[in-house]
Design a protein around this ligand. Structure first.
Ligand SMILES: *Cc1c(COP(=O)(O)O)cnc(C)c1O
Length: 225
């Protein structure tokens, strides 16, 4: 069941890449696993998925323990409280949701302590929605410069959770603006930002057309379509 859904999703990713004139290897599937238990994650891993994204620290730690025998590449994609950074710093490959100074400071300190450099994406609140995390677009430059100055952190790109629109085509301008922000930062600061984490179950094809390198898919994998 899960394998079939994953196959179908990979086929849609493939087609979206073709439409956009992009190579399939440019887009990575991250399976958002907040709806799944360890058993289901194991099943999806068996279908060839290796990157899973968790949104809550407590759930993540539990599943991490339960699945310790599998070489899963864990990402953290949800809102992150500074006081929880210490629990995940040695367990996650990429944090998608860096959006404020206090959190950056804590990740920097904990990464140094762990003898690593933590890869992160900066989350941008592209829809400027009060209920959502992410740095405001007009604050991005200042925040980006600050994060660049921290030696315990390596920024690999940007992430967004745009406003929900029934018609995925209406989300396109948000995806496009995130890509433009990324390209501008690369130009102005002379750094490479390889990743754009954008696109969820109902809008990932549009996100791929607009340059997504990581799509984060949950419900389409766990609930079918
Ligand atoms: C749950 C979640 C997703 C996946 O959303 P779906 O619409 O279920 O595909 C993606 N990103 C984040 C940050 C999430 O919390």
């Amino acid at each position: 069941m899960i394998c079939e859904r994953i196959e179908r999703v990979l086929e849609r990713i493939h087609k979206a890449c073709q439409r956009a004139g992009r190579r399939e290897e440019e887009v990575t599937l991250l399976v958002a696993s907040k709806y799944a238990d360890a058993h289901q994650i194991k099943e999806a891993f068996g279908c060839g998925v290796s990157i899973f994204g968790e949104s809550r620290v407590q759930d993540f730690l539990k599943k991490y323990e339960q699945l310790a025998s599998l070489p899963i590449r864990w990402h953290f994609i949800g809102r992150l409280q500074s006081n929880k950074v210490k629990y995940i710093i040695e367990k996650v490959e990429l944090i998608h949701s860096l959006d404020r100074n206090s959190l950056a400071e804590e990740i920097d300190a904990r990464a140094k302590k762990a003898g690593k450099r933590q890869d992160v994406l900066i989350e941008v609140n592209v829809g400027e929605e009060e209920t959502k995390g992410g740095v405001a677009p007009q604050e991005l430059d200042r925040f980006f410069q600050y994060v660049l100055s921290l030696e315990g952190i390596r920024v690999l790109g940007l992430m967004c959770i745009p406003p929900y629109k029934e018609d995925p085509d209406q989300v396109r301008p948000y995806f496009r603006s995130l890509r433009e922000m990324k390209e501008r930062l690369e130009r102005e600061y002379g750094v490479a930002l390889p990743h754009l984490s954008m696109g969820m179950s109902h809008d990932f094809e549009v996100a791929i057309e607009e340059g997504a390198t990581i799509v984060r898919l949950g419900s389409i994998i766990w609930e079918g379509d």
